[in-house]
Design a binder for this molecule. Structure first.
Ligand SMILES: Nc1ncnc2c1ncn2[C@@H]1O[C@H](COP(=O)(O)OP(=O)(O)O)[C@@H](O)[C@H]1O
Ligand SMILES: [Mg+2]
Length: 277
């Protein structure tokens, strides 16, 4: 479990203006669950994520991961527990060959060659990149690059994986592939924290955590978040695709796109008014 106990954070230089980026964050992320972290630009999402893996440290309050406090002296253990995927995979990829990128992290652990090779293959198959293993990363598409970044984090076997707007720079196919990898990781038991502005992505979560001006203003199940028009207006979250509007309007018991479309096609329901939800 990841626990925040009354955490406040300010970037250096902002203290004088009492310009706190995060105020009084008190939250738990349970192991094995899928969370979405949402909020408008500048609300503090990336800052909260960076605090979890110890890239920065609280100004007040404490953060624990499986009981271990996030402190500079615990840095190596924390990095083993928490993986971080950035918005732009270009900032994460360092190798000139796909398989080396994944092996790189393991080399530092002194793992025997055979085991390393087996592990690299297993992870590349998981993200569906094994047939690209000899290619240079710059030949990959955006979605493939992001999956390579995911592979090089997952190979370290972290229990918690934070995705900081991982699809915002990708085209439709790239998004679908990356979201598929995230779903598979959740199925495999990983705890997922997905920062996103995309309604279709955030409804995959067990729980949506809403940040606004540095504070957690709500925690909601996806269906309850979608129905809460006032909350969505407050945080300027208005882009809801038609199939989700339909699901809310007709109280359909799923937010899965294929299932909703199937129901839409089987039932001739009046569609007027859906777009005004
Ligand atoms: N390295 C930094 N130094 C100073 N201020 C920063 C830094 N990074 C972010 N901020 C400020 O902290 C606030 C929250 O930023 P961030 O956590 O990146 O928000 P989000 O990810 O929700 O867009 C913003 O006001 C931003 O300008
Ligand atoms: Mg951010």
């Amino acid at each position: 479990m990841i626990e925040f106990h009354k955490v406040c954070f300010t970037y250096p230089g902002c203290e004088k203006n009492h310009n706190r980026v995060l105020h009084n964050i008190d939250i738990r992320f349970e192991k094995g669950k899928f969370y979405s972290l949402i909020g408008s630009n500048g609300s503090g999402k990336s800052t909260l994520a960076r605090l979890i893996n110890g890239l920065i440290h609280p100004f007040e309050g404490k953060i624990y991961i499986d009981g271990l406090e996030v402190l500079p002296q615990n840095f190596i253990e924390i990095r083993q527990k928490v993986g971080y995927i950035f918005q732009n995979p270009e900032n994460q990829i360092v190798s000139t060959i796909v398989e080396n990128e994944v092996a790189f992290a393991l080399e530092n652990l002194g793992i025997p060659y055979d085991e390393m090779h087996r592990k690299v293959t297993e992870i590349l198959e998981f993200v569906e990149l094994n047939d690209m293993r000899k290619r240079p990363p710059h030949n990959l598409s955006g979605g493939q690059k992001q999956r390579l970044a995911i592979a090089s984090v997952v190979v370290m076997e972290p229990d918690y994986i934070i995705f900081d707007e991982p699809t915002s720079m990708l085209d439709y196919n790239g998004r679908r592939e990356v979201i598929n990898s995230i779903k598979k990781l959740h199925k495999a038991g990983k705890t997922i924290i997905l920062i996103s502005h995309d309604a279709e992505e955030i409804v995959l979560a067990d729980e949506i955590i809403i940040l606004h001006e540095g504070e957690i203003v709500a925690k909601k199940r996806p269906i309850d978040f979608l129905k809460d028009v006032d909350l969505r207006n407050n945080i300027n979250f208005q882009q809801i695709p038609d199939h989700l509007k339909f699901a809310i309007k007709y109280n359909i018991n799923t937010l899965n796109k294929e299932e909703i479309i199937d129901i839409m096609q089987k039932n001739i329901l009046p569609t007027t008014g859906i777009l005004t939800l």
